[in-house]
Each structure stands twice: as C-alpha cells, then as structure tokens.
Design a protein around this ligand. Structure first.
Ligand SMILES: N[C@@H](CCC(=O)N[C@@H](CS)C(=O)NCC(=O)O)C(=O)O
Length: 194
C-alpha cells in the first residue's frame, strides 16, 4: 500500500509536509481533505486522525499526525539528504530547538493573525477590533526579531549553510501572512531567497 498523506494545502503544516515529500521524491497518494467544507469532521476521517486535523499520514497500518513528527519520520524513513535532518548531534539539536520554539513562538502568533485578519471576518462577517490586531502585530514583530537575531543570525539557514526541516517549517508559517497588503510584508526576508 503506498504512503498516504492527508492534506489541505491551505494549511501551513500541510504545505511543509507536501513540499518536503515532493522535493525529496517520496512517492505518496495525496488524500485531499477540504477543511472549509468540514471534511475533517467526517466519520471516515475521524478514524484516521483522532484530532481531526491535517496533515496526517498512513504508512500501511501505521498512522501518524503532527507535521513535525511526520517530517522527521519521513526524513528518517526515506534517508533524505542529511541537511534536512542532520545526523550531527548538535546540528540536529539546532533544528529541534527551532521546531520546539516555533509552536508557540511563531505559529501561535502568526496563526492567530491569519484567523483574525481573514477567517473570522470572512466566516462571521465581523471586523476584529484594531487594537487586538495591532497588539498581535507587535507580538509578530517580536517573533520575527527573535527569528532573525536568535535563530538565523548571520547564517543563510537556521542550522547553518543548508536548508533543514526548521527552515521549511519557518517559511510556510511566515509566508502565510505575507501579502502585498500586509504591514509585515517588508519585514520578512526569506531564507530561501526571493
Ligand atoms: N500541530 C499540528 C497542527 C495541525 C493543524 O492545526 N491543522 C489545521 C490546519 S492548519 C487543521 O487541520 N484544522 C482543522 C480543524 O481544526 O478543524 C501540526 O503541526 O500538524
């Protein structure tokens, strides 16, 4: 049975798993779950992921949720080039350091902005108070500063000279909020280049 990956590419963690699998030529069957249609609440999907979230993979009888767990599983299982998930103890720890921080430090904030800026106004036709958005943008500014000063420093990538899982997870999250109209657009310099 081929590896199955349940995805909706509107989702940042789904895009990290998708890009990683495609970039590394990992063969998989794309199982589309349309979040806006509520397909995650179907009885069938409930059997795949208790948490009713994507991404999730099925590798034979083995089911795995959580994008970080999936990415590291795929890197190990398919022996992807070392830079993605470095074997060197301290370089790998550097990758894990970002992956651990980003849940609350980046995703927790950038994800909220997406909800308040786009999802809530669209779904409920209400505007989020400006003060709430302003305060989140200050938080995001702090996260981006930490990203640059602590994680990136003067290196092109978080763990050094080559892209790793940490950079991939960072970029999908940071780019989600970057549009030409976003006040953060000029604040973001992609580690992947323009
Ligand atoms: N920590 C999880 C987060 C997964 C997640 O939040 N997925 C969202 C899309 S970005 C989802 O499936 N939401 C569906 C819902 O909450 O109903 C991961 O990294 O995989």
């Amino acid at each position: 049975m081929p590896l199955e990956i349940y995805l909706d590419l509107i989702s940042q963690p789904c895009r990290s798993v998708y890009i990683f699998a495609k970039k590394n030529n990992i063969p998989f069957e794309f199982k589309k779950i349309l979040l806006f249609k509520g397909e995650q609440y179907s009885e069938e999907f409930g059997k795949v992921n208790y948490f009713r979230k994507v991404p999730v993979i099925k590798d034979g009888d083995f089911t795995l949720s959580e994008s970080i767990a999936i990415l590291t599983y795929l890197a190990e299982k398919y022996g992807t080039p070392d830079h993605w998930y470095p074997a060197d103890l301290q370089t790998r720890a550097r990758v894990h350091e970002y992956l651990s921080w980003q849940h609350s430090g980046m995703r927790g904030i950038a994800g909220k902005i997406l909800w308040l800026r786009l999802m809530i106004p669209k779904a409920f036709e209400i505007d989020v108070p400006k003060e709430r958005m302003d305060s989140l943008l200050v938080d995001l500014e702090g996260s981006l500063t930490a990203f640059e000063e602590k994680f990136l420093q003067d290196k092109p990538f978080i763990a050094g000279q080559k892209i790793s899982l940490a950079d991939l997870v960072a970029i999908v999250e940071i780019m989600q909020n970057v549009t030409s109209s976003s006040p953060m657009a000029d604040r973001v310099v992609s580690p992947l280049g323009p």
